[in-house]
Design a protein around this ligand. Sequence first.
Ligand code: OGA
Ligand code: MN
Length: 228
Amino acid sequence: MTLIRVVKQVQRKSLQCPLLCRFSSDSSALRKGPECKWLCGSSQEIVSAVRGQVEVRQNFISEEEENVLFKEVEPGLRKKRYEFDHWDDAIHGYRETERLQWGVMGESILRRVRVVAFPEGSQLLGPVHVLDLDKEGYIKPHIDSVKFCGSTIAGLSLLSDSIMRLVPENNSTDWVDLLLSRRSLYILRDDARFKFTHEILKDEDSFFSGQKVPRHRRISVICRNLPV
Ligand code: OGA
Ligand code: MN
């Protein structure tokens, strides 16, 4: 599974101003869009640049569905230990697994994800990736391998809210933050997936638009398509 992240891990000093979110897309200077609750960034331009290529669907799954998925993935995860000390890893404090076969309800949730997230007829990476981040865990800036994954990445967030930060690969002063609420689905497409790094902030840096967003243990269930 590390193959998915190994190609482009970008080392960068952390951005200095987690409290500052100057251009939340709900600021009155900007057109109000349905995304104002979950998208903000360092400038109006950068928010516009990703519009249409990032999406967060809040409450995509119910509490019951979250529970179903959790019960399916927990036994596989429990067998593994959280990894903390691989300094060259893109992720700190995690364990992960893949799952090909799901129960009836799990499968129907994943079918809904595929329908909304992927272009019709796209070939999906067979196994679904399950990533369990410890409360102290976080994901460093990286770009998923272009060799193994296609244009679209879609992930369900279980157990905790978190912040996903996107930074243009060629300009590390701009940023866009996505509030990934518990039970939401996020989708990254095209340039947002290829030309921006993405990361999941550690608890101490986890703010959205100046508001603390506590990061607890978080499990993500991630679907990807194959390159064409
Ligand atoms: C990854 C990744 C994001 C998430 O595993 O490459 O970016 O939602 N995961 O866990
Ligand atoms: Mn990734």
